[in-house]
Design a protein around this ligand. Structure first.
Ligand code: GTP
Length: 665
């Protein structure tokens, strides 16, 4: 269990309030310390919790778009308040309105331009139609083994062959393919393909509201048809249909015996209406292996992009996203940045999350040095002071603006991190209570539990994710988040880059979670430590496997389903008395076994007029005068149940087995 304490203790709570910021100001650095749980610390927690939920810094004027980043579901509230006219994203509110709205959310607004300062994407261009077109950004998705990687590799190698200089291709999370000029003069000159790990990366970015992809290529292997992940992608597509173009690539058509017609019809059943069948979704028959159909695929993508009419500012402040990031020996932290607006050049100052860079060197996927990255281009950028995270926005500003924005973002992140610690502590307390309760049950002692701490909500499988690069950490997080239902779910506690270390095991133990490693390794001592502390570790290079493993563990958290299976039935024909040892008699039901086998040591129940009226165990089971333990169909017998004296003619006595089944997700 860990808690935050402060290096200098402020004298009063008001001293904190006056600072306007709780942590990391004027030397009040938060320090994670083991087992500090005294009354002072408890008070501090209560105070932090209150602030986390209440305070929100608001500038003196703010656009609806910016305020919505501080208050989620803002526009819904504005509608409810009759402010439809003011609810468009570019509408600028004065702080008076912003304060009222924040109060509607139960927050405590503090108007403070300095503390509220942040960088935001530039406002929409007033005349988008006048801007030049940009290359579309395309993501390839589909079921495992349907050929996504092969398709990307073939597209990539053909683009390298066509490039002027034969550089060494490098994995940067994206690459560009030129479009032959014959494909339509108005179309784009190149297409940017993302090759971050499949749809999980896409979902992860989407979950953060990052609209990166313009077109999705749904790859379906003609010899395998529609599979579970194909359906998942179709679900994603349906949600974003208005914003994202779609092409179906019917792959592996070089294989003998492929039934393309059957696949087209199967897609129709899934609500994907292909153009070939009179619908609106284009499809192309391809072979990633031989390259057949790839020029047609590129042409189709170029046509869709032309219809989408993708335009962006070719210069000015940069707006984009981090696709991947890692630390490289000699270069330090590098990140692949997909530029969507503006122009990125060496020397620019950029911000992503709480990380910033003065752009030093930029390279494309052919390893070629790039002097300017325009919209639709992805380049690796060196010069980062620390490692940014995949999926985070990249924004340009001056050095001092970025410094101010980082200080404010850092403060928000610190408060959120302390909230996470509070959750971990509460969860550990809960576990401790459960352990004490179990102990009390075995020793027979009565346990007094504090009432207010009864847990509610689903059980959680807490995950600490470690991955090779931040793009995959992001993808794994996206894939694992949300596995579960209202009874048991996953919860990602942390997600970071690097091999599994002893500190990860200790963190997982502290929060009662497991470690999920993607394309990383661990050492023998780390594994031993994990075994000693009962910390499960799942490692694989395939996201799908990790998903299966985590899913199986979530299922174990679900309450088991108890099913009963009737194994025998007997009908009561008449009642008679039998003599017991001594002078006692008892009533026994003369019955006939009408179904299955009656077993004496199995539970029994009595059914009268279609309803169960008693459940218990057999006391007597006789065949003629002999006590038996089993009776087969057709046998006449004498039956009687323990603690039940009311058997009547025409009652049905059943024996059954109970089967425990794992819960279902
Ligand atoms: N015959 C044939 N085989 C193909 C084709 N495309 C891919 N394959 C084979 O199918 C297998 C899976 O291909 P991948 O490209 O790894 O598939 P993937 O969808 O990227 O798989 P994951 O990364 O595991 O999701 C490999 O053995 C490929 O050689 C194709 O067009 N024709």
């Amino acid at each position: 269990m860990s808690a935050i304490s402060l290096q200098k203790t402020p004298r009063t709570k008001d001293a904190f309030k006056e600072r306007g910021s709780l942590l990391k100001t004027d030397g009040y650095q938060p320090v994670i310390q083991p087992k500090t749980n005294g009354p002072k610390v408890k008070k501090l927690w209560a105070y932090i919790e209150k602030r986390v939920t209440e305070d929100v810094y608001i500038p003196s004027t703010v656009s609806v778009e910016h305020l919505a980043r501080l208050l989620s579901d803002l526009q819904d509230k504005m509608f409810q308040a009759g402010m439809e006219a003011q609810s468009s994203f570019d509408y600028v509110l004065t702080s008076d309105y912003a304060v009222l709205l924040a109060e509607e959310f139960g927050r405590k607004p503090i108007v403070n331009d300095e503390a509220a300062f942040d960088l935001y994407p530039p406002p929409p261009h007033p005349n988008v139609a006048s801007l030049p077109t940009r290359p579309p950004v395309v993501t390839i998705m589909g079921h495992v083994d349907h050929g996504k990687t092969t398709l990307l590799d073939t597209l990539r190698s053909s683009s390298v062959a066509k490039g002027e200089v034969g550089g060494i291709t490098q994995h940067i999370g994206a690459f560009s393919v030129p479009v032959p000029s014959a494909s339509g003069a108005a179309g784009p000159q190149s297409i940017t393909f993302l090759d971050t790990p499949g749809h999980a990366a896409f979902s992860a970015m989407r979950a953060r509201g990052a609209q990166v992809t313009d077109i999705i290529v749904l790859v379906v292997a003609a010899d395998d048809g529609i599979m579970p992940q194909t359906r998942e992608v179709i679900e994603l597509i349906k949600k974003d249909r208005e914003k994202v173009g779609v092409v179906v690539a019917i792959n592996k058509i070089d294989k003998p015996g492929c039934d393309v017609d059957a696949l087209q019809k199967a897609l129709l059943v899934e609500d994907i209406h292909l153009e070939d069948l009179g619908g609106d979704t284009p499809s192309v028959e391809v072979s990633g292996l031989t390259g057949k159909g790839l020029p047609e695929l590129v042409e189709t993508l170029s046509l869709i992009a032309e219809i989408q009419d993708l335009r962006a500012e070719p210069d000015g402040a940069v707006f984009g996203y981090v696709l991947e990031s890692k630390v490289v020996k000699g270069l330090g932290a590098i990140a692949t940045v997909l530029v969507l607006r503006g122009c990125l050049k060496p020397g620019s100052h950029v911000l992503s999350g709480v990380h910033h860079a003065k752009v030093r060197m930029m390279q494309d996927s052919n390893g070629k040095s790039v002097k300017a990255a325009s919209p639709g281009m992805a380049v690796t950028v060196s010069g980062w002071k620390s490692l940014p995270s995949a999926g985070d926005e990249v924004l340009q500003g001056t050095e001092s603006e970025i410094k101010k924005a980082i200080a404010n973002r850092q403060r928000k992140a610190d408060i959120e991190a302390s909230l996470l610690d509070i959750e971990a502590i509460n969860s550990n307390r809960q576990k401790e209570r459960e352990r004490r309760q179990a102990e009390a049950e075995t020793t027979g002692e009565e346990l007094q539990l504090p009432k207010e701490e009864t847990p509610t909500g689903p059980k959680e499988l807490r995950l600490l994710i470690k991955a090779d690069v931040s793009g995959s950490a992001e993808a794994v997080e996206g894939a694992l988040q949300g596995i579960g239902n209202h009874l048991a779910v996953t919860k990602v506690i942390s997600s970071s880059v690097g091999d599994i270390l002893e500190s990860d095991v200790m963190m997982a133990k502290a929060v009662g979670g497991m470690i999920v490693g993607f394309s990383v390794s661990s050492s023998r001592p780390v594994e031993t430590l994990a075994a000693q502390h009962d910390v499960p570790i799942a490692m694989s290079d395939i996201i799908y496997r990790l998903m299966e493993d985590v899913r199986a563990r979530v299922i174990k958290l679900l309450p088991v389903i108890i099913e009963s299976k009737v194994i025998g039935e007997a009908k009561v024909l008449q009642l008679f008395e039998i003599q017991l040892k001594g002078k006692q008699t008892k009533t026994v039901a003369g019955s006939r076994v009408i179904n299955g086998i009656m077993e004496k040591n199995k539970p029994a129940r009595v059914i009268r007029d279609g309803a169960v009226i008693f459940e218990g165990t057999f006391e007597t089971m006789r065949h003629f005068k002999k006590d038996v333990t089993e009776l087969r169909k057709g046998t006449e017998c004498g039956l009687n149940l323990a603690d039940f004296d009311d058997l009547r003619t025409d009652d049905v006595i059943q024996t059954y087995e109970t089967i425990e089944k794992p819960g279902v997700l």
